[in-house]
Design a protein around this ligand. Structure first.
Ligand SMILES: Nc1ncnc2c1ncn2[C@@H]1O[C@H](C[S@+](CC[C@H]([NH3+])C(=O)[O-])CC(=O)[O-])[C@@H](O)[C@H]1O
Ligand SMILES: O=C(O)C(=O)Cc1ccccc1
Length: 247
């Protein structure tokens, strides 16, 4: 189960299919996300540090759109609170299967880790339990825009006082110049990580129909509309950011 380098878009494709979290993506995912998302390792590790400040006994810590469980692993490295558990959920069966293998490997290396349940399912139909931490790490951008407010409203209802939602997303910018500058710098980041112009172009066309980023202002307004009282950006690297939203 050792991860492979991402060469999924290296050869010219007659027609670039819409991006899907299938077995091909699972095989290269750790390499792909690290080389594509500026700040990803910093966000994941510090998400664990942040979560440790909000975690409460007898509550759930959710990792929504968990992919291979990088956030779940960080939660288990950092959170020392008694009687809480992690629920990771993803609707890609290929991701879930590999995620369970990685978490079993973590279990066999460390003692006294938080218990974790990995659900193969849709976060839009999840029955939330009382939660102290909810992580949406680069997942909301893949949810249909018209479903996003309802999901955040349900998350808000599940959060205990003193808990937090941590939301990481790719951003778009209303100012055309700001948008173009940060988009160009993101391309430079990918180039510096060894992606060719062809890989960058084909990946862009694969994700354009399935991943719809919002602006920081849209996120803030929607989070307030969902019932959150405070929205605090804690990290930004180029056009990728992470926010803390308080219930
Ligand atoms: N409706 C849905 N229900 C459940 N899962 C979903 C849904 N829609 C998309 N997903 C899942 O959300 C994940 C998004 S990746 C998250 C990275 C991870 N958080 C990480 O920190 O490594 C982000 C990226 O690849 O840029 C995929 O695994 C999808 O299957
Ligand atoms: O690659 C990109 O341009 C992205 O915006 C991030 C990304 C990372 C992994 C899967 C899909 C999108």
């Amino acid at each position: 189960m050792s991860p492979e380098p991402d060469r999924l878009f290296a050869q010219p494709l007659p027609q670039v299919p819409d991006f899907a979290f299938n077995e091909d993506v699972v095989r290269v995912f750790p390499d792909m996300i690290k080389r594509s998302v500026p700040g990803y390792p910093t966000i994941v590790e510090n998400l664990g540090v942040l979560a440790a400040q909000f975690a409460q006994p007898n509550s759930v810590l959710y990792d929504l759109g968990s992919s291979l469980g990088a956030v779940t692993q960080a939660l288990r490295r950092h959170v020392r609170t008694e009687a809480c558990r992690v629920v990771a959920i993803d609707n890609s069966s290929a991701m879930v299967e590999r995620c369970r293998e990685y978490l079993n490997a973590q279990d066999s290396m460390y003692q006294e880790l938080l218990p974790v349940e990995v659900i193969d399912g849709d976060i839009l139909s999840l029955e939330f339990q009382p939660a102290s931490v909810v992580a949406l790490n680069f997942t909301l951008q893949f949810i249909a825009p018209e479903q996003r407010l309802a999901l955040l409203t349900r998350i808000h209802r599940s959060l205990l006082p003193g808990g937090a939602l941590i939301l990481s997303e790719k951003l778009r910018f209303d100012d055309d110049q700001e948008h173009a500058l940060l988009a160009d710098l993101h391309v430079a980041f990918k180039r510096a990580n060894g992606y060719s112009e062809l890989e960058i172009a084909q990946k862009r066309s694969a994700i354009e129909n399935v991943m719809k980023p919002d602006s920081l202002e849209q996120h803030r307004e929607r989070l307030l509309a969902a019932g959150f009282t405070k929205v605090v950006p804690w990290f930004q690297c180029l056009n990728f950011a992470s926010l803390i939203a308080l219930p």
